[in-house]
Design a protein around this ligand. Structure first.
Ligand code: ADP
Length: 658
């Protein structure tokens, strides 16, 4: 076995790889950006080397710097994890040129599968079914629109160099084609430096079913069964499971065989995943699945396969890279029980799943029988805007699907994250959704059920506000008690005082609060039962409130039913930019780059009209007019970097002058 490994990645996957590498007796070498100097994976590794500033393009994506550290530290091999350099053929080549083993396939296989159009042609040649569409090189909009017409709507435009759902647009009718094409090409250019796209038939009732394959250097290729990753949002996986609900042995065999053929066609070595899309209108059928692409690396969701096969895929990667023969045959691959993975993200489901970064004031992840948690952060860490905002993967296993889902549901209920908002409550609702339990779902399930899943803006939770208000009052009391005073700061009311205060009748005092950035006038009441908090129009909260309250500086973070409410005393001298009630202001939702502006100063706009596009974390965020009016001064130009909350422009109401 190798004696040392450099992990060219960060976060949970770096931790995951380090764990196995250390168990195999290897010296582990981490590389990290300045932003990750204190990260968990840096602490876990035997050695850590800084390779540059926070932006990935200046650190984790720098092939020269990674190779330099590998040479200086004497790393025998490099594990690229997923994302970053994992599917860059030049990186695999640079490793080879420097005598370092790359834990992955040969550069030629990465290249062959790297572009979706070439990969499709290859798969087709190997006899693997592909989605009907245009995969050629012509990029003229008129020509592509004609092709879309021939294929028949709905169609899907995909970046040839795509990944992670970026540069992908579904188009339902011809009139929408040009806009969608321009946007897909822009996103593709920004994310991959390559604007080329392909157009294919949008498969109806699509199920995403993928096959994990493994190949050694001696011509053995096996598959490790399927994973169903149909629960997606914006073409990104949210929940993954194995086996796929409704899978039949015939279908599994047909898909497994196709995946192995695709791998053989490119001389594959190591772990890889062949992704298929299945037309699920009549359940899974062996004649209705199509090759989409092959990912030439370890997948985020590999733990569900580990759970049902009993294999350590990372250990297996090291073994085959070291020249060992696969230690089992296809017939010996196990498939036992059921496993499900949920991706816990720092994002706000109530605000279109916008990433929600910042400090993790509290983090409690479940540890339980049948539960595995893969995470790369700890309480006190920052979720940085520079990288993928995943907090953890929670993987549940059970004897059958229901048992696995019940365990996952319970684990999600026990998950507590304070600071960034998360999708924990959303995931729990998803796992509990009856249609999902029944196996009656496709890739559109989440989008079709946003409201039931709680992913819409919801009104204030008065009970959470009350819990936060009471916590603030108690804290002020404690502070003042420490300072030797019995007054409750600026808060009125002597009920905490021990100097003979009479519990007679009920008293009430107004208390100005900032709740999620907006001003709320509440009233503090107290009677013989103790203090309570009332909001206008809301029921008085019950005496004992079921909520967790985490102190975050001057703010109380209240977690109730998986939802976070931020409560602070209203201070007229500060504004909470993040939650400022914007009026006609149009602000950057997060740190990013202004990539399109559709308006000019003085132009009339209608509420909902597109105004600008900010690209952040490689996704395009379309900013729309919050009200009818006229565009005021424009504060940014195309190509500008804009900070979170930065003003881009303002929509003035007709007759307004400002
Ligand atoms: P990426 O490489 O960007 O992740 P994929 O080609 O893997 O893109 O597709 C991502 C997801 O998009 C799939 O899991 C599936 O849900 C959806 N998708 C892709 N192709 C089609 C299609 N032809 N019809 C319907 N849905 C599709």
């Amino acid at each position: 076995m190798f004696e040392s490994v450099l992990i060219a990645n960060r976060g949970e996957i770096a931790c995951r790889i380090i764990r196995t590498a250390q168990a195999l007796g290897m010296r582990t070498i981490a590389v990290h950006s300045q932003a990750d100097a204190d990260a968990l994976f840096v602490q876990m590794a035997d050695e850590a080397w800084e390779i540059g500033p926070a932006p990935a393009s200046e650190s984790y994506l720098r092939i020269d710097k990674v190779i330099d550290v590998a040479l200086k530290s004497g790393a025998q091999c490099i594990h690229p994890g997923y994302g970053f350099l994992s599917e860059r053929a030049e990186f695999a080549e640079a490793c080879a040129e420097n005598g370092i083993a790359f834990i992955g396939p040969p550069a030629s296989a990465i290249r062959a599968m790297g572009l979706k159009d070439a990969a499709k042609a290859l798969a087709q040649k190997a006899g693997v079914p592909v989605v009907p569409g245009y995969h050629g090189s012509k990029q003229d909009p008129d020509f592509l629109r004609q092709k879309a017409y021939e294929i028949g709507y709905p169609v899907l435009i995909k970046a040839v160099a795509g990944g992670g759902g970026k540069g992908m647009k579904r188009v339902d009718k011809a009139t929408e084609f040009d806009d969608a094409l321009a946007s897909a090409m822009r996103e593709a250019q920004a994310s991959f430096g390559d604007p080329r796209v392909l157009v294919e038939k949008y498969v109806l009732s699509p199920r995403h079913v993928e096959i994990q394959i493994f190949a050694d250097q001696h011509g053995n290729v096996v598959h490790l069964n399927e994973r169903d990753c149909s629960l997606q949002r914006r073409h990104q996986k949210v929940i993954e499971e194995a086996p796929a609900p409704g899978m039949t042995p015939e279908m599994r065999e047909a898909m497994g065989k196709a995946a192995v053929e695709a791998a053989r066609a490119v001389g594959y070595v190591g772990a890889g995943t062949v992704e298929f899309i299945a037309d699920g209108r009549e359940g899974l059928r062996p004649d209705r699945f199509y090759f989409m692409e092959m990912n030439t690396r370890l997948q985020v969701e590999h733990p569900v396969t580990e759970a049902v096969t009993g294999l350590d895929l990372v250990a297996l990667q090291f073994r085959v890279a070291h020249g060992e023969t696969l230690p089992f045959t296809q017939e010996e691959v196990r498939l036992e029980g059921h496993a499900v993975e949920a991706r816990l993200y720092a994002e706000d489901p109530e605000k279109g799943f916008l990433p929600s970064t910042g400090r993790l004031w509290a983090l409690e992840l479940p540890e339980d029988f049948g539960i595995r948690v893969d995470s790369g952060v700890e309480a006190g860490d920052e979720v940085s805007p520079f990288y993928d905002p995943m907090i953890a993967k929670i993987i549940a296993r059970g004897a059958d699907r229901d048992e696995a889902l019940d365990r996952l549901s319970r684990a999600l209920g026990e998950t507590l994250v304070a600071g960034p908002r998360t999708n924990a409550a959303f995931l729990k609702k998803l796992v509990d959704a009856q249609a999902f339990r029944d196996g009656a779902f496709d890739t559109g399930f989440i989008d079709q059920n946003l409201e039931e899943l709680g992913a819409v803006e919801r009104p204030l939770d008065p009970i959470a506000v009350a819990a936060g208000a009471l916590a603030l009052v108690r804290r002020d009391h404690d502070r003042n008690a420490l300072a030797g005073s019995v007054a409750v700061g600026d808060l009125p009311g002597p009920w905490w005082a021990s100097d003979g205060f009479q519990l007679v009748g009920q008293r009430q005092t107004g208390l100005p609060l900032m709740v999620d950035g907006a001003r709320v006038e509440g009233a503090l009441t107290w009677d013989a039962q103790g203090p309570a908090f009332e909001l206008p129009g809301a029921q008085s909260p019950p005496g004992a409130v079921e909520a967790s309250v985490v102190e975050a500086g001057e703010t109380m973070l209240v977690l109730r039913e998986g939802r976070q409410t931020r409560v602070a005393i209203h201070d007229p001298t500060t504004v909470d930019l993040e939650h400022l009630d914007a009026g006609g202001l149009i602000k950057a939702p997060m740190h990013g780059k202004l990539v399109a502006l559709f308006v000019e100063t003085g132009q009339s706009v209608e509420k909902g009209q597109r105004v600008a596009v900010v690209e952040a974390m490689k996704m395009e965020h379309v900013l729309t007019a919050p009200l009818d009016g006229v565009i005021g001064e424009i504060a940014a130009a195309i190509g500008d970097q804009v900070g979170e909350g930065a003003r881009i422009t303002v929509v003035l109401e007709e007759g307004d002058t400002a």
